[in-house]
Design a protein around this ligand. Structure first.
Ligand SMILES: [Fe+2]
Length: 396
């Protein structure tokens, strides 16, 4: 069965090219760097003895330390040394004792009403067990006052100091001023830059391994168990550019979204809905308010969108973290192929004019100039529209 990546925000860029690629923009910009220290991987090495409080919020340092402790406690408590991926191989046995949650129409797959086979059930058991472990870790971190659970699988926490946010913005502003051509962030954002392309990839590799991995391996024990690639970019929202971003999912396993702001901006927030392929994919779960230096972390498969900015300019650094072992696993493949029937009518806040076939059922018209998107819309897939719709399912 074909894995459909058109449902994600990102272009189908080769992960290997993201990991190993270098760009001419990075070379051209090297002699123009304003704050060369942020490009140096050693600056982000936690074992260097460097005082990180200048760049990182002290509460973030406490958070990753506690997350390491949570993960090591879990490891000690487990009866086996199996990773979630390894556990998938043993999933058939687990599936035999698994009671699946009720879902309208059962668990069927793209374009069909096929029942799950044993391997599909096994994959689901692995996913659910990992999600439970992640939720327990999040609850512990929240009870320690280090993290906020915005919704199941959506967490926020202070990460960068305001001083570092300004430093980073100055650097990117400086890059724009050079006029060196660089690729835009992704297929939906028109303003911003892939920061990996301007020479920040080695530093962000260190950020990923030293700062992001300890946290996401605790919060997302399956998708964040290891991180070996990233697509990192800045997005910019303001009245004369992109004001917001339509609902979408990311081509990442785990997304880290850090608000760098620009002092004085006003924006209502980042809206979250359910996970791709689940009955509540288009059901509202939370709205996260942007604050300078604060990060939000979530799975790439979580539907989300950026509300329109109302004043000033907002910049966010976004790191799409990739886990190659997970992407090569049977669990991932089966998740990508699974699409459950919607549990009910979509929440108005979760509708996407880019992706939803039934946009006009709920809204009077497309945003100006976006009408052609109707031809490319895919959601919900055939036979997956909620039963309360009452129409001919195959025409949905
Ligand atoms: Fe996104």
């Amino acid at each position: 069965m074909k894995v459909d990546l058109s449902t994600t925000l990102g272009r189908p860029v080769s992960i290997l090219s993201q990991i190993y690629g270098t760009t001419s923009a990075a070379k051209a910009y090297e002699s123009h760097r304003l704050h060369p220290e942020i490009f140096e991987p050693d600056s982000w090495d936690m074992s260097s003895g460097r005082n990180f409080e200048e760049w990182l919020d002290p509460r973030f340092l406490a958070l990753i330390e506690r997350a390491r402790h949570v993960s090591s406690s879990e490891d000690e408590g487990e009866e086996t040394e199996e990773s979630p991926i390894e556990a998938a191989r043993d999933g058939e046995e687990a599936a035999a004792g698994h009671e699946r949650a009720g879902a309208p129409g059962g668990y069927s797959f793209y374009g069909s009403e096929d029942e799950e086979d044993e391997e599909d059930k096994a994959a689901r058991v692995v996913e659910q067990a990992a999600a439970r472990r992640g939720a327990a870790a999040a609850a512990e971190l929240e009870s320690a006052g280090l993290l906020k659970i915005e919704a199941p699988g959506v967490y926020s926490f202070p990460m960068f100091s305001t001083q570092f946010c300004s430093l980073f913005l100055e650097e990117v502003d400086n890059f724009y001023l050079t006029g060196i051509p660089a690729r835009g962030p992704n297929s939906m954002n028109n303003y911003g830059v892939i920061v990996n392309d301007i020479g920040l990839r080695p530093a962000l590799n260190m950020v990923q391994q030293q700062l992001v991995l300890p946290l996401v391996s605790a919060l997302f024990p399956l998708e964040g168990a290891q991180l070996d690639g990233h697509h990192s970019f800045m997005v910019r929202y303001r009245a004369d550019g992109d004001k917001g971003l339509d609902m979408h999912t990311d081509d990442s396993d785990v997304t880290l979204n850090i608000c760098l702001g620009r002092e004085g901006f006003k924006a209502s927030g980042l809206t979250f809905c359910g996970k791709f392929g689940t009955p509540d994919h288009r059901q509202f779960t939370s709205k996260v308010k942007h604050q300078i230096g604060r990060a939000v972390v979530h799975l790439g498969q979580q539907r989300h969108g950026a509300d329109d900015i109302s004043l000033g300019e907002r910049n966010n650094l976004i790191i799409w973290n990739h886990n190659l072992a997970y992407r090569q696993s049977d669990v991932f493949l089966r998740r990508m192929q699974r699409y459950e029937r919607e549990g009910g009518p979509p929440d108005d806040r979760c509708l996407s004019f880019t992706h939803d076939k039934d946009w006009l059922t709920y809204r009077k018209a497309y945003p100006a100039g976006q009408e052609e998107l109707a031809d490319r819309a895919w959601c919900p897939p055939k036979n997956k529209r909620h039963r309360a719709w009452g129409g001919l399912d195959h025409l949905a």
